[in-house]
Design a protein around this ligand. Structure first.
Ligand code: GBH
Length: 474
């Protein structure tokens, strides 16, 4: 166990917790909500572990007041949630469904009354099914539909919401949704995934402009939440370094370069020549995509180590967008119960790297957390020492980035509640609050009580005897 030093965050550092609509709301047929691609996907056999669906989830649609009360009791002053597009436009186009807007207005008003700042995400993966039927994100029109939907939301909530996230993790949407098929809509077409990347970025840019036209600045600040990842090479051989360059290209730079500099990296375009010719890019698109970002959201789970793979030995689908000749190298490091490697140092590396390569934008860690499958004890407590240690080490890594000069302004834990973890269903538990899915009872886990202390004081005490996740037993 390592002795840690005290770290103090600035007074105005933003502490928060995050969720997403389909993962917590349930009530998928209530309030005039239309079907989304996730409703369709989960209904197909073999897509989600144990056949789980988001039909009920954490029943947040009916229990949001209780969930806001929990945030308030924990002293968490910022809440990142997402708005379900099919609640606002059940078929993805046309007039707003008033009940959908009412729901989010009530949520926002309840948050504000509790002294909690709302940080809505406009797209966290629940595309209206009709838009997928018309081609989905590989189709250019979807970007324009996203801007129209954004306008409807901004008109209703713009007078009381001052921070907006457009799209959550376009890498996941494009690659898992359209290339590997692990997520909705379950397509497996690398060229379609490449077009989806561009239209997600275009949708982000159009929505950013639309927000600013509806809501007067400065009360309207906009960003995008990416899931960039530090990519390390196993050795410094030319082959391994080149493998890392290629993955860094499609994981990170294919998003960051157009957002910051209005261009796709030429090496990435060359790497993808067999997949796409980028003919979906039209005049003016890149300027739209490069609309000023007020902040950048960084969702961080871990880093990756890659190496060049001998021809024919790269595993199926391991590398999206049709890359071949690269493979992931497993490392002898602690893993979460979901088998994800834990590497807090990667978060410091990522935040400082972004600061060097894409400077001058406020950074927020918009998601960070881990799945450990702890269950309540007989007396109804949930002890989750590994999650607590995970959060402790990553909040320290965030502080290290701040000390090193990265403009990090906030940290949102993923997640407030245990929830529907996409293809893994309810087996994985990311919450700092436990959810009993048979009773919908909420229990604040040890990590939640601990995080509450951090949010109130803005500091992590010295030598807090947080166990090393490697050595602690769950
Ligand atoms: C986010 O996605 C989502 O925004 C959120 O909805 C979700 O619930 C949360 O994270 C937890 O999954 O096997 O070690 O290589 C995360 C995207 C992409 C992060 C795949 C982890 C693989 C880990 N993820 N990545 S590993």
């Amino acid at each position: 166990m390592e002795k840690s030093v005290e770290v103090r965050f600035p007074e105005d550092f933003c502490w928060g917790a995050a969720t997403a609509s389909y993962q917590i709301e349930g009530a998928t047929t209530e309030g005039g909500r239309g079907p989304s691609i996730w409703d369709t996907f989960v209904a197909q056999a073999g897509t989600v572990l144990n056949g789980d669906t988001g039909d009920t989830a954490a029943d947040h649609y009916h229990r949001f007041r209780e969930d806001v009360r929990i945030l308030q009791q924990l002293g968490i002053g910022n809440y990142r949630f997402s708005i379900a597009w099919p609640r606002i436009q059940p078929t993805g186009t046309g007039a707003a469904n008033a009940q959908g807007l009412d729901f989010y207005e009530q949520l926002v008003d309840t948050l504000l009354a509790a002294g909690i700042q709302p940080w809505p995400t406009l797209y966290h993966w629940d595309l209206p099914q009709e838009l997928e039927d018309a081609g989905g994100w590989p189709e250019r029109d979807t970007a324009y539909r996203f801007a129209d939907y954004t306008e409807l939301v901004a008109e209703r909530l713009g007078d009381r919401v001052s921070h907006w996230w457009t799209v959550n993790e376009p890498w996941v949407v494009a690659n898992l949704g359209y290339a590997t098929g692990e997520h909705a809509p379950g397509r497996r077409d690398h060229a379609a995934a490449a077009a989806a990347i561009h239209h997600l970025l275009l949708g982000h840019g159009l929505a950013t402009q639309r927000l600013r036209s509806v809501v007067a600045e400065p009360s309207c600040a906009v960003g995008i939440a990416l899931n960039p990842q530090p990519i390390r090479a196993r050795t410094s051989s030319v082959a391994d370094l080149d493998a890392a360059r290629r993955i860094d290209g499609t994981r990170n730079r294919i998003f960051l370069d157009p957002l910051y500099y209005g261009r796709y990296p030429s090496d990435v375009c060359a790497d993808l020549a067999d997949v796409t010719d980028f003919s979906f890019v039209r005049d003016g698109d890149l300027a739209t995509i490069a609309s000023r970002l007020d902040f950048l959201g960084v969702n961080y789970y871990n880093s990756a180590l890659v190496e060049a793979a001998p021809a024919g030995q790269d595993p199926d689908n391991a590398v999206p967008l049709g890359h071949t000749g690269v493979r992931d190298v497993p490392r002898p490091v602690p893993r979460t119960d979901q088998d994800w490697e834990v590497d807090a140092s990667g978060l410091t590396e990522l935040l400082t790297r972004i600061t060097v390569d894409y400077p001058e934008t406020a950074l927020y860690v918009t998601e960070n957390g881990a799945s450990y499958r702890d269950e309540p004890t007989a007396n109804g407590e949930v002890h989750d020492p590994q999650r607590l240690a995970f959060l402790d080490s990553h909040i320290r890594a965030t502080h290290a980035a701040l000390e090193a000069g990265a403009p990090v302004r906030g940290y949102f834990v993923w997640s407030l509640l245990d929830n529907f973890e996409w293809a893994f269903g309810y087996r994985e538990r990311f919450g700092i609050v436990y959810v009993d899915y048979s009773t919908q009872q909420r229990i604040v886990k040890d990590s939640g009580h601990w995080y509450s202390g951090i949010t109130r004081t803005g500091r992590l005490p010295a030598g807090s005897d947080t166990p090393d996740p490697a050595n602690s037993s769950g």
